[in-house]
Design a protein around this ligand. Structure first.
Ligand code: HEM
Length: 472
């Protein structure tokens, strides 16, 4: 009887209106709310995409006990995150986010008060012009190693699993810039610091993906905590590794000669916990994102050799075979730059974005959003809006040579809390792709199309295909 009452109560609560102008959304079932809508063989972004066609630009859905709004439209995302930034500046303190950052004392998860001064202090190292000083040496150094690796494989004829090398490249760049850690050319991704950080992080994210459904149903959250108690330890292990470099930097810093990003943070008088947390944030956000986008780019260019040929000829016409392409050469090779943008549009590595929370009630586009609502950008739908990107399901770099609706192109989100590393990411990805496709032809070993299935992880990535590499 009590259970029946609870189910009725839950059904009524989750289908009741907050106002006369709530965003539309699917019917909520007791307890699970609209979670049933995601049960499918298709990835969740495809389910949300098809729901967006029915419910429109702003769509409400109960994920278990969390009332959420999915933002399916670029101009509304801009209205929320730029114009109304103060209301949408924070992340919801969900158990999963708390695992990464138990006291939210950091950059990625921190509430506005904590986040603002950290972001302010780090931003000068990530601007379009300053990017070059700190990051470009590392991008060049490790980009050269990447091309050397391809050269070896072109000479030996041995196939190359590029995903691993893209991870190594972006990890090496990040570690050098953040705390001057040097990855050895011969290290594999299981060795050294990479093995101690990415192994546990990947395992943990996979376990979280399984447990997350329980997280949203508050009555079941003890099961979730049980499932992830192990995961929490793994995050602490990874942070423990990072802390070693923090301690070493604190002891060896020369305040007149900051060596890297960590030294710059020490000069801000951050304590050891904050230094560790922010360094950890930069590693989580700055490695897999770009590496996986590079993996998708390679796969799409292998499966569409005519696009690879266009990119390659543009690069060779602009630079010849012997000159290394620099990250600031993007404007000299508009098609290659457009190809990179198209990869980010066509295969966003986090198609359902990182959540924010409404700190106050607000009306957006005539829809009422109550305080406490989780707000989730749906990059998949936004970046496939046919009004902004005609034929959105076709991979077509040319669209960025002529597209005038660039304000709709938001793979890095928008507003004060958009991606801090967007210029770094574009520089390191452009530089790697340009130097690879200028010098090498990459193809499928069997000559057949390679599988473009997605694998979930810290960010979504393709299968770890082995590629045939030939010198141009
Ligand atoms: C393909 C590459 C990348 C993509 C698509 C991407 C996308 C994003 C997105 C969508 C956000 C969420 C913004 C929000 O809260 O709404 C974000 C946050 C962030 N990204 Fe990136 N990112 C990429 C690469 C990088 C790189 C290379 C770095 C660092 C070197 C980086 C650092 C960060 C940081 C620190 C945040 C948190 C910002 C904050 O809360 O203030 N990202 N990124």
């Amino acid at each position: 009887m009590t259970l029946k009452l609870f189910l009725v109560y839950s059904f009524i609560k989750k289908n009741a209106k907050f106002s006369t102008s709530d965003p539309k959304g699917p019917l909520s079932l007791p307890i699970i709310g609209g979670l049933y809508c995601l049960i499918s063989r298709d990835p969740p972004q495809l389910r949300l995409h098809s729901l967006s066609k029915k419910y429109g630009k702003l769509m409400s859905i109960w994920f278990g006990d969390n009332y959420s709004i999915i933002v399916n439209d670029a101009s509304l995302l801009t209205e929320m995150n730029s114009k109304n930034f103060k209301i949408f500046s924070d992340r919801p303190p969900t158990p999963t986010l708390r695992l990464f950052s138990p006291d939210f004392n950091d950059l990625l998860m921190g509430p506005h008060k904590t986040w603002k001064p950290i972001r302010h202090a780090l931003s000068p190292h990530f601007t379009k012009t300053k990017t070059s000083e700190l990051w470009s040496d590392a991008i060049n150094e490790y980009g050269e190693q990447l091309t050397r690796k391809l050269k070896e494989h072109a000479q030996s004829g041995e196939l190359l699993k590029l995903n691993d090398f893209f991870k190594k490249y972006t990890f090496a760049v990040a570690c050098k810039v953040i705390f001057s850690y040097k990855i050895e050319y011969t290290d594999t991704i299981q060795d050294g610091l990479m093995g101690k950080t990415f192994g546990p992080l990947e395992r943990m994210i996979t376990k979280m993906a399984h447990g997350q459904l329980f997280e949203t149903i508050h009555a079941l959250s003890p099961i979730y905590y049980m499932l992830i108690s192990k995961i929490g330890n793994e995050i602490e292990d990874v942070k423990g590794e990072v802390r070693k470099y923090v301690k070493e930097h604190v002891q060896t810093i020369d305040k007149n000669k900051p060596r890297d990003m960590l030294d710059f943070m020490i000069l801000q008088d951050y304590d050891e916990d904050l230094l560790t947390n922010v360094t950890f944030d930069l590693m989580i956000t700055g490695v897999e994102t770009s590496a996986n986008t590079l993996s998708w780019a390679a796969l799409f260019l292998v499966n569409q050799p005519h696009i690879q040929e266009k990119v390659s000829s543009e690069l060779r016409d602009a630079f010849g075979l012997d000159t290394r392409v620099q990250s600031n050469n993007k404007q000299d090779t508009p098609y290659t730059h457009a190809m990179l943008k198209e990869v980010l549009r066509y295969k966003h590595i986090a198609p359902i974005g990182f959540p924010r929370v409404a700190l106050e009630p607000i009306v957006i586009d005539g829809c009422f959003i109550p305080k406490g609502t989780h707000v989730i950008p749906n990059y998949y739908t936004i970046l496939r809006d046919p009004n902004c990107f005609p034929n959105p399901d076709v991979f077509m770099p040319e669209r960025f040579l002529t597209n005038e609706r660039l304000e709709s192109y938001l793979p890095f989100n928008v507003g004060e809390r958009n991606c801090l590393g967007l210029h770094v990411a574009m520089d390191e990805m452009y530089s790697a792709l340009a130097n690879i496709f200028k010098n090498f032809k990459i193809s499928s070993p069997t000559g057949k199309q390679l599988d473009e299935s997605e694998v979930a992880g810290i960010a979504i990535h393709p299968l770890n295909h082995a590629y045939k590499i030939e010198a141009r």
